[in-house]
Design a protein around this ligand. Structure first.
Ligand code: FPP
Length: 255
């Protein structure tokens, strides 16, 4: 009987996702368990954002997409909404130069129209400054919802039909997909949600169609490098079939 050669490469390095998308949940509970106000949980969450960015850069992951503020987060108490927006603005201002030095390309997705001019300018400037960077692409979803993304794409296609530059018959999954927020990037390979809930919460609904889902009970501020490595190892162990059989996948892998 022949023995399998010993695996020397850690699975996380053997098969790495190109694109990781994260829902950073559990900041409030992290604070509550320490008898701290919720804002402290969000501030601690920013440290975990930094760690995730470094982890992706160091491993050569191409895209990291973070759900910073969903279109449903407006339903939170006004004080918490203001704090989240302030924290977001403060973090971008504080981190943008270092992100740029590290060749990170920053991009925002979501409906920006709801934010004031100052915040819209901040986002546009951060994107312009880092546009030519060839390292990690960091996508930050703000006032983003998966349904909004699809509706927005449908509206763009309808406008092109109305302008006479697109035939209704030529609209298919490709044309719709090409009108979505992340059309120019690889689709997420790995989705991570911290905080114990097992749902997608109107995140990248279209783009997650074939994404491997990974849920952890860890609260976002506790999500450290070891936890990230564990998620990557879980990803590396999975067989992605995209509708094919397991045998077909094995055959094409050996070919
Ligand atoms: C969910 O925890 C977290 C959020 C709604 C906000 C996350 C935002 C940050 C960590 C700041 C990001 C900043 C940048 C620049 C990317 P929760 O409040 O729902 O926690 P809970 O479920 O325990 O209440």
């Amino acid at each position: 009987m022949t023995r399998e050669p010993a695996q020397t490469t850690p699975p996380s390095l053997a098969r790495l996702p190109r694109h990781v998308a994260i829902i950073m949940d559990g900041n409030g509970r992290w604070a509550r368990t320490r008898n701290l106000p919720r804002p402290m949980g969000h501030r601690e969450g920013v440290k975990a954002v930094r760690r995730a960015v470094v982890a992706c850069r160091e491993r050569g992951i191409e895209v990291l997409t973070l759900f910073a503020f969903s279109s449903e987060n407006w339903r939170r108490p006004k004080t918490e909404v203001s704090l989240l927006i302030e924290l977001f603005v403060h973090t971008i201002r504080k981190e943008i130069d270092e992100l740029h030095r590290n060749r990170v390309k920053v991009r925002f997705i979501g409906d920006r129209g709801a934010f004031d001019a100052k915040m819209q300018t901040l986002m546009a400037e951060a994107e312009q400054l880092t546009a030519q960077n060839a390292g990690l692409t960091l996508v930050i979803a703000v006032n983003y919802g998966g349904r909004w993304d699809i509706a927005h794409a449908a509206r763009a296609l309808a406008a092109r039909v109305q302008a006479g530059v697109l035939d209704v018959e030529s609209i298919d999954c490709d044309t719709l997909g090409q009108s979505l927020s992340l059309a120019d990037l690889p689709e997420p390979d790995l989705f991570i949600r911290t905080g114990g809930e097992q749902r997608i919460s109107n995140y990248l609904l279209w783009q997650l169609a074939y994404t491997e889902l990974y849920f952890t009970d860890l609260l976002w501020p506790d999500f450290d490098d070891a936890a990230f490595a564990e998620a990557l190892e879980s990803f590396a162990r999975r067989q992605r079939r995209f509708g094919r059989t397991g045998d077909q996948v094995e055959q094409s892998r050996r070919a």
